[in-house]
Write a protein that binds this ligand. Structure first.
Ligand code: FUC
Length: 820
């Protein structure tokens, strides 16, 4: 019996793999007309957008350290007395005056002696011009996310032309192969261009150099020097050069290798030699054959990518081009597009965030401008965090590392803002940072007076520990957690009414309770963030057996944080006072941080609070910016409403508006998320949301299929991770679990939550769970009972009955179950 089970399980996994591999392509029958149709490739450090135009191919290029400006923070001097003044005004109920003073000390535009962060900038483009290729037939281009290769093919006359491009992870270069069905038919020129003010181009031998210096913005001079080199190797034919271009005539096949490097060493050191670095990379890449480089790249990519398989079923839609499928997704059942979209999020993380690189910014690494929207920086009041939501649950844990490295920098630079602005120990940052790790206020008092960026980002450290159990990691990063806790210990103020400890001044990101007034004391999100910062510190100190006294003082402060509150409309209150507006459709719903990504609100432990969160979510409406809808998918998953989560995915996976600005997101033809304009967070948010619909592990257990929508009644998934280092594979039919495999990497008790009518059969002692989960990775922090307005009417939801089952696991073992 067991054997039969195993065989059927293996078959299932194999078929899932075979199945999904056929459908891992974005494909089109015409070239990209604009950037939002071009296809992104990247290795974490280098990015390219491939347009696929037959007569004039464009590769728009990025290198992740080409940012405007130079080292240096943006912390204003001598603002502490005014911060104190703002506090007093807030506690006296003079909020408008507090906002005015905040706007005055932190003006909307950067003052002359400061900056509001630097923009991430493009490295320019390479152009391949093929005379006579304007008329073509049999056009096809794709991006295969199963192996991270993009290709273009078409015919001119009876000759077939093919291009293949990839950005190698191991060899750190872009490889391009141009071929044709008939020998001697490749004739074209290669040029480079750049919008940078300081740039130059020269062709020497078989190399085209494109160099430049990044731009100057606000009080910073552009000092990032970059050197790009495209090296052309011919099979047959002839290569010639003119001043600024390479000319290929009658070649059989051409390989082009592109290296780009900068003088960047770290956020405070730009003394590297860009030319030497670029030549060195190219030299190494040029001794590897194209085929070997391709093989190495695919292997390195698949090492990450292949860990998760998702099969949601087939439909005839897959015969259509990707842009067409996006147009029809809301009306035509297309589960394969959903699986592709999920995997595309993983593809983007693998391609924009590799160990040792910069973290993925607002556009990952893909940007064709000098002044991209919001500078393509790191906005940390939601966007940067969202980029990393898929990292653990979709089994890409190592790719979280660039965010952790950035935190190491910020924990240094953020000491200055903590000290100068708040006279506090530890470190902090506000709602933006950049390559130079600024930590001061950006965009003025209304948007930027939010000293909570570090509180949110450090959650990623603790969550990484909960997923991996890596104590060395925790030990290394403990000082950063401690620095965040120290900051809030010093900054918390006693508010006059309840004597709770609150952060002041701050705000509920970007929202206002009166026109133009958002500045606050003790917003719900701040309270939730500090709750998590303090609990993480206490738990980390306990795991590492350090700082018992310090943990005690943190624990004392923790007890004095405000509880969550249910306001008069039955909503989760956003501010300390019940000032929420019932018709507020603001994109930020920051106080639902407690529901997701944090785990402070659970349908099973706090049904009323959960209902209040749901009321808030409903009143905010569905349609919003891309990232807001991505967040909503995760919230509806946590609210155990798979159908509503799926509805939000449909809103997101519909054609992006043609407007380049606005509040109603969607998806561009290249499957990238529209804020609009393009912003990558929505892709990552939806990817993690889809995973949260299938498995959740924040509430003391592993909830199997918590939010499966009716439209995805059959499917299978493997490789999803949970806290406690478990890896889950499962299949379901008619909306019910069929098979389940749990792999334990850390051992310990495994507590499963599943629908009550299911009985699992497996070769372990599976018994009804009792008491709290004794596996420490599943500890649930007790929140205070919420306060409830007398006017609030709350009728908690009834959820499908579930049961909890425990079994003991051994590290390295797999546990296979079938449903009886
Ligand atoms: C925050 C959001 C905007 C945008 C920007 C990058 O300011 O409110 O919608 O996503 O970040």
């Amino acid at each position: 019996m067991k054997r039969a089970l195993l065989v059927s399980f293996v078959f299932l996994l194999l078929s899932a793999r075979g199945f999904s591999q056929q459908n891992l392509k974005l494909w089109y029958d015409k070239p990209a007309d604009n950037w939002n149709e071009a296809l992104p490739i990247g290795n974490g450090r280098l990015g390219a957008m491939v347009f696929g135009q037959p007569a004039k191919e464009q590769l728009q290029l990025n290198e992740e350290t080409i940012w405007a400006g130079e080292p240096g923070n943006n912390v204003p001097k001598n603002v502490y007395p005014q911060i104190e003044e703002i506090r007093k005004l807030l506690f006296a109920g003079k909020n408008k005056e507090a906002q005015e003073l905040s706007n005055q000390i932190f003006p909307r535009q950067a003052p002359d002696n400061l900056n509001y962060g630097m923009p991430y900038q493009t490295a320019g483009s390479l152009w391949f011009e093929f005379k006579g290729h304007d008329q073509y037939t049999d056009y096809y281009r794709d991006l295969n996310i199963g192996n991270a290769l993009t290709s273009v093919s078409y015919k001119v006359g009876n000759i077939s032309y093919k291009r293949e491009v990839f950005t190698s992870i191991p060899d750190n270069a872009i490889f391009i192969k141009l071929s044709a069905s008939k020998k001697g038919s490749l004739s074209f020129s290669i040029k480079a261009s750049s919008p940078q003010v300081k740039s130059n181009f020269k062709a020497v031998g078989n190399k085209l150099y494109f160099e430049g210096t990044s731009g100057s913005v606000d009080n910073k001079i552009g000092k990032v020097k970059y050197v790009g080199i495209a090296q052309c190797t011919l099979n047959g034919g002839k290569l010639s050069t003119s001043a600024e271009q390479l000319e290929v005539s009658n070649a059989d096949e051409v390989i082009i290798r592109v290296a780009i490097a900068t003088n960047f060493k770290s956020y405070r050191d730009i003394s590297a030699n860009a030319m030497e670095k670029a030549e060195d990379i190219l030299q190494r890449a040029s001794v590897i054959s194209y085929d070997l480089a391709k093989q190495k790249h695919v292997q390195a990519y698949q090492n990450y990518y292949n860990r998760v398989q998702l099969n949601l079923g087939k439909s005839a839609q897959s015969a259509k081009t990707t842009d067409q499928r996006i147009k029809e997704f809301a009306t035509h059942h297309d589960p394969e597009l959903l699986a592709l979209y999920f995997q595309f999020g993983r593809y983007l993380l693998i391609s924009s965030s590799q160990p040792g690189t910069q973290p993925a910014n607002l556009q990952g690494i893909w940007n064709d401008k000098l002044s991209p929207p919001w500078d393509s920086k790191y906005t940390v009041n939601i966007n940067t965090e969202m980029n990393y939501w898929p990292a653990e649950i979709t089994n890409l844990s190592e790719l979280h590392q660039p965010l952790f490295s950035m935190l190491q920098d910020l924990a240094e630079t953020g000491k200055e803002s903590a000290r100068e602005m708040y006279r506090a120990r530890g470190w902090n940052m506000h709602h933006n940072t950049d390559l130079w790790r600024i930590t001061g206020v950006v965009d003025g008092g209304f948007y930027g007076m939010w000293p909570m960026g570090g509180a949110w980002l450090t959650q990623h450290l603790w969550q990484h520990y909960l997923y991996t159990g890596n104590k060395d990691f925790l030990n290394d990063y403990y000082p950063i957690l401690k620095g965040a806790a120290l900051f809030y210990l010093d900054v918390l103020q006693e508010e006059p009414t309840h004597k709770w400890l609150v952060v002041a001044p701050s705000m509920s990101p970007e929202n206002s309770y009166e026109p133009g007034v958002g500045i606050s004391a003790g917003t719900t999100m701040d309270n939730q963030l500090v709750f998590d910062v303090f609990n993480n510190l206490i738990d980390a100190a306990r795991v590492l057996k350090v700082d018992a006294n310090f943990a005690d003082s943190v624990s004392n402060a923790l007890k004095r944080l405000p509880p969550m509150q249910i306001g008069k409309y039955g909503q989760l209150q956003e501010w300390l006072q019940d000032k929420d507006k019932p018709n507020d459709h603001h994109r930020h719903i920051s106080h639902l941080y407690g529901l997701y990504p944090s785990g402070q609100i659970s349908p099973f432990k706090q049904p009323e609070l959960t209902k209040a969160a749901e009321n808030t979510l409903i009143s905010r409406g569905d349609k919003s910016t891309g990232w807001s809808m991505g967040w909503k998918v995760n919230w509806w998953a946590r609210l155990l409403d798979g159908n509503r989560a799926y509805k939000l995915i449909k809103d997101q996976l519909s054609p992006a508006p043609t407007e380049t600005k606005g509040q109603s997101g969607g998806t561009y033809p290249n499957l990238l998320d529209a804020h609009p304009p393009f912003q990558i967070d929505g892709n990552f948010g939806c990817t993690s949301g889809i995973a949260e619909m299938l498995v959740q592990s924040y509430d003391g257990d592993i909830f199997i299929l918590p939010a499966l929508p009716d439209e995805l009644a059959n499917g299978s998934v493997s490789g999803l991770k949970t806290r406690g280092g478990f890896e889950v594979a499962m299949s379901w039919e008619n909306g019910e679990l069929k098979t389940l495999k749990v792999k334990s990497t850390l051992g310990g008790n495994c507590r499963l939550r599943l629908t009550a009518n299911l009985n699992l059969q497996g070769a372990v002692n599976l018994h009804p769970a009792q008491g709290e989960n004794k596996n420490p990775f599943f500890k649930v922090n007790k929140i205070k009972s919420p306060l409830k307005s007398e006017e609030a009417e709350i009728i908690a939801n009834t959820y499908k009955a579930t049961k909890l089952l425990d079994f003991e696991t051994v590290a390295g073992k797999e546990y296979i179950f079938n449903v009886k």
